[in-house]
Unconditional design. Structure first.
Length: 471
């Protein structure tokens, strides 16, 4: 059987209030009863001590009995043998206390008892009775004891009135507790429903939800966690949409880049098949097909390479090698590409500079950054600068190209991103994966890369490779 949280809260609060009221009621009744009995006993002991102070003179006992009779108080005096000497009677009466109690009286200990008696109508009468010992003034010997009793029916009547009043108060309190528990449960459930409603909105894709947080209790802590979750989901959703946009752009670019060489290759093959290409142009056509084929292979390899790096499917073979020699070879390889853009490659690196890295992946990093510089630099200079830092080898690649804004710098490491869309079809920037691969490889090396750039003033990439301190 399912019980709504509203009723759970209401019943729980109601049960707590009810239990507290019952405990308080019984505790108060018990306290009132004990207090009433103690006050009665104290009063009776006071009467007994007053009579003893008067030397138990018979006329004074009579006067005291007359005065106290209206209060239902009775006075009895017994000698040391437990025989009643007041009031005077022809028959012999004893108090009826036990030998143990009599021994306590002889030792000077007062005693208080509660007795149950039956009146002429068969009604039970509770009587409070106290026994106060007295001794001779001359020798200090035990002379007897005085018994003072009073019915406690009045106390019971008062306690009954208290019980009735408490019961009435209990009924009113239960009604109040019911109303209070209803309001409290409604308030709590309202807060839960607010979170539930917000959760439904998030489930439907609405991430513009924010719960009020007053930092009062666990519900507000939950609201704060919920807001953090929504912010995280919103950021993730934006990132997914951003990446999806990049993916669609990449697919469009890849389709375009593939369609162009495939169309060229297909046309040339048809020309060769139908002998439509002159003999002196056939070799040129074959070279053109080879160039377009290499272009397609490069596009596919870059994507495969990125996925392998991203999923840690490659293993670095790190070693210490001559950085100057590696950079010089890369510059020599890329001179032709730089010349096509009227760019000049300048190597400024000491011959003794060494780098601790995977040689092939180091070369890939440098090549990708230089190709990126060539792509966005025309009729400019690209400097490759190497030097030692503190426990690290530093390579700077600085160009005088178009530069980037702060927003573009933040996005250049993203897959498929291109800072200048107008240059996306250049033959060195087909995929938009070059810098994404650079970042992944730099991270695998435990190295770092920083970018500084201003629009129209060029860009500087600074790579820092830690030295092998174990050598």
């Amino acid at each position: 059987m399912r019980l709504n949280y509203f009723y759970q809260q209401m019943l729980a609060f109601f049960a707590v209030v009810t239990i507290v009221l019952i405990i308080l009621g019984f505790s108060f009744l018990q306290f009132a009863r004990n207090t009433a009995y103690q006050n009665t006993e104290t009063q009776l002991f006071g009467y007994a001590e007053a009579l003893i102070d008067e030397d138990l003179q018979m006329d004074k006992l009579e006067n005291g009995q007359v005065i106290l009779k209206n209060q239902g108080v009775s006075i009895f005096v017994f000698d040391s043998t437990d025989s009643m000497i007041y009031p005077s009677t022809t028959e012999k009466y004893i108090s009826g206390i036990s030998d143990q109690d009599l021994k306590k009286l002889k030792n000077g200990e007062p005693i208080s008892l509660t007795q149950r008696n039956t009146d002429f109508f068969g009604n039970q009468i509770n009587t409070a009775i106290v026994y106060q010992p007295f001794f001779t003034q001359s020798t200090g010997e035990f002379y007897g004891f005085i018994a003072v009793s009073a019915p406690i029916s009045t106390i019971e009547a008062n306690l009954k009135d208290i019980r009735n009043n408490l019961f009435s108060a209990f009924i009113f309190s239960i009604v109040g507790a019911t109303i209070a528990s209803y309001l409290f449960a409604k308030f709590q459930v309202k807060r839960i429903n607010r979170i539930r409603s917000a959760t439904h909105k998030v489930a439907k894709g609405d991430f513009n939800v924010h719960l009020e947080n007053k930092e009062m209790d666990e519900f507000d802590d939950l609201a704060a966690d919920f807001n953090s979750m929504v912010d995280s989901l919103k950021s993730s959703q934006e990132e997914i949409e951003h990446q999806e946009k990049r993916r669609r752009q990449f697919m469009a670019d890849a389709a375009h880049e593939m369609r162009t060489p495939l169309t060229t290759i297909n046309g040339l093959l048809e020309g060769l098949e139908h002998d439509m290409i002159p003999e002196n142009q056939k070799q040129r056509s074959i070279q053109l097909m080879q160039n377009e084929t290499r272009r397609l292979i490069r596009l596919v390899n870059e994507n495969l390479d990125y996925e392998k790096i991203r999923s840690n499917q490659i293993t670095l073979q790190k070693q210490t090698f001559d950085a100057y020699e590696a950079l010089e070879m890369i510059v020599e390889q890329l001179k032709g590409k730089a010349r096509d853009s009227d760019d000049e490659l300048i190597l400024d690196c000491p011959t003794e500079l060494e780098v601790y890295a995977d040689y092939d992946r180091f070369s890939q990093i440098i090549v990708n950054i230089i190709q990126n510089a060539i792509q966005f630099t025309t009729n400019g200079k690209i400097s490759i600068i190497g030097y030692y830092g503190e426990n690290e080898s530093i390579i700077k690649i600085k160009d005088s190209g178009i530069g980037m804004t702060a927003e573009e710098i933040k996005n250049i490491w993203e897959r498929y991103y291109k800072a200048d869309i107008s240059r996306k079809n250049t033959k060195y920037g087909e995929s938009g994966l070059g810098l994404a691969i650079v970042q992944q490889l730099v991270n695998l090396h435990g190295a770092s890369v920083e970018v500084e750039s201003l629009p129209g003033e060029g860009t500087t990439f600074t790579l820092s490779f830690p030295l092998d301190l174990n050598e």
